[in-house]
Design a protein around this ligand. Structure first.
Ligand code: ATP
Ligand code: MG
Length: 311
């Protein structure tokens, strides 16, 4: 019965099909039913709740909107997040997951990999390769709109991630599975030196942070990811084939950004008015380089612990 309704949908107009789709979704769970992308909410969340990351905000909004507007994308969306600890990489990846699926990051179609947890032994790369490949393939067969997050890319055993290369390119539909609708997000610190250097030069020359352009960093990040032997993309064919749609730089955060993080977290705890705590936490962070004290060495990561100290 459900199959007949699904087939019928192929021949009907959009509104009728929408009704049938909703009817189907009351009977069974599927990724099409749970897939409820809300680009406006994603953009709003990014611009309102992520501080000091104009490049990440623009690139993620632009690329996700472009990708989802196309019902038949030529290739999957592959984003690679780069930057120092505590600058918002995990925060932005959660926002992305949250605004794609109805059940947000807990959706069974949103998958997260952490090398220290899932691939802890470098000498077992061959086994991991097989497992990862069949696992991704299995999930794509079940749900073409699957989302995969690979965190801590700098700890990914070299050679492992290349097993995904066939899925990341403009592959054809294989056995009814459309590999081109998936989203992959790689997250790591590789490239932080080039990103932080550019932010520092910009700051020292008295420039506006917003003047840092995405295009000035792309090649340098790609090179760093490809050439660093502590990168999961070390000599990776994924980079050789240009299968990363965009490299997303996360800039180091300065004191005013840290203080915004403190303020926002204080508000969440019902203590919005405690500007003394904002000031105290902002002043207690370590800023680098020592000469200039420009950027927080832990971004906003240590903020909750410091708030506990001063509140
Ligand atoms: N740019 C930012 N704007 C707002 N909050 C931020 C920002 N960066 C970090 N935070 C906050 O700081 C904490 C740590 O951020 P997050 O986990 O995203 O860092 P990360 O870049 O993933 O660091 P790591 O590389 O150590 O995993 C979170 O509570 C997050 O909400
Ligand atoms: Mg993180």
């Amino acid at each position: 019965m459900l199959a007949i309704l699904s087939v019928l949908c192929l021949y009907l107009t959009n509104p009728v099909c929408g009704v049938i789709q909703r009817l189907l979704c009351t009977f069974k769970d599927s990724c099409d039913c749970d897939f409820k992308p809300n680009i406006r909410d994603l953009e709003w969340d990014l611009y309102k709740n992520v501080y000091g990351q104009h490049l990440a905000q623009d690139i993620v909004s632009e690329e996700v909107a472009r990708f989802l507007q196309n019902n038949n994308p030529e290739r999957p969306l592959v984003l690679s997040f780069h930057g120092s600890s505590g600058t918002g990489k995990t925060l932005v990846s959660s926002m992305l997951g949250n605004h794609l699926y109805g059940s947000a990051m807990s959706s069974p179609y949103v998958h997260q990999f952490v090398p220290t947890l899932h691939f802890p032994y470098p000498d077992q790369v061959n086994e991991y390769r097989e497992e990862l490949k069949s696992w991704v393939q299995g999930n794509l067969t079940e749900c073409a709109r699957s989302v995969f997050f690979f965190d801590e890319m700098e700890k990914m055993p070299p050679g492992l991630i290349d097993v995904l290369q066939p899925f990341l390119g403009p592959s054809h539909v294989v056995f009814g599975t459309n590999y081109r609708k998936a989203i992959y997000v790689f997250i790591g610190s590789t490239g932080e030196e080039v990103i932080n250097k550019m932010a520092l030069e910009n700051r020292q020359s008295g420039g506006d942070r917003d003047e840092i352009k995405w295009a000035d960093l792309q090649e340098a990040i790609a090179q760093a990811a490809y050439n660093s032997n502590s990168s999961g993309f070390f000599h990776s064919s994924i980079i050789q084939h240009n299968y990363i749609t965009r490299f997303v730089p996360f800039l180091p955060l300065s004191r005013r950004h840290v203080e915004r993080c403190v303020h926002s977290q204080l508000c969440q705890r019902g203590s919005c008015g405690r500007s003394d705590v904002v000031e105290a936490v902002g002043g207690d962070m370590i800023y680098t380089p020592v000469k200039g004290h420009y950027f927080s060495s832990t971004g906003c990561k240590a903020v909750p612990a410091k708030i506990n100290l001063f509140l």
